[in-house]
Design a protein around this ligand. Sequence first.
Ligand code: 5GP
Length: 356
Amino acid sequence: MTRGWYVLLLLVMIVNYEPKLDYSDALIVPRLSDVKSRKDVNLEVGTTFNCGSYWTGVPIMAANMSTVGTHDMALVLSEYKMITCLKKGGEYYVTFATTYPDKEKYVSLSLGLDAESKLFVDSATINDPTFICIDVANGYMTEFHNFTKKVRQKWPKSILIAGNIVTPEGVVALSDAGADLVKVGIGSGSMCLTRRVAGVGYPQLSAVIECVETATALGIGIVSDGGIVYPGDIAKSFVAGAAMVMAGGIFTGHDECGGEIRTSASGELHMLHYGMSSKTANEKYNGGLSTYRASEGRTIEVPYRGSVKHTVQDILGGLRSACSYVGAFNLPDLYSRGTLVKVNRTINTIFESHEI
Ligand code: 5GP
């Protein structure tokens, strides 16, 4: 082999040059539509999962972050049949499920690889929760797959969500571990510093598209997690084939987030929001950041925005609008009829910089 061919082969192996998409890199293409009004669009889906359980509702979920996955958030989102992944800790889920048994189908128990989660799995005597979300920043670890298998064995009827990964290899591993839904997204979250600190990640929309192909072949679904900035991004996730969408940032700054409202020097109202790998979260829940770790999450102040109901209406209204543009009466139609086009980012940026 000549030196030139050898160098070329090496480059092909190290760098994938195919263009990959984040939400801001694509738009949904409109097409002829029989939808007369947005109110004719039904956003509820009904699915029987591999575990045998059937669930019906709107497949959008609030992330299990401390300032998002609260009981108050769940009380509001459940009115819209949307899911709240409660913040981590078995007892936080148990309190909600026993206080509001009729709303339990709209919340998820959240677990991680921490000692408290492990103890809960070993000792809890509860019936199978409707949803269990087990997530860690790096869903490629064997220890995580083994823990997922253990949770699967303990609660065989729960709809099990596991993540996060961004490639088909990760989908296969989590499907083998017993997941009904695999959560896709590394480096794309609004509070996430993983792309900067570790240099790791994958453009979110492409990650979903590529993982959906493998998940469909395995008979499981994908939850797109992270990077939702606008309601339209949720619609793009469904066009890409996601079965569900998880979001954190878009739900922040509301009464239901449980945070303190602060007044800035200029009189604006703000609330604190932080990533679950941030220094703030580590100090609050893990007694500080271990010396061998770097913080992979941000801490910010977000504008106070009142009740989350307004945001929910924006999200659901946006999704109905997207459906009407492609002639979709429901979310499965949005997937089968929707297509995406790669956009010219320069033009996008010019428009955004003139927004008033
Ligand atoms: P968002 O909707 O805010 O863009 O993304 C929410 C997702 O970001 C969460 O569901 C979770 O997967 C991820 N996330 C939350 N906190 C952190 C963090 O501190 N670091 C990283 N890398 N990801 C985070």
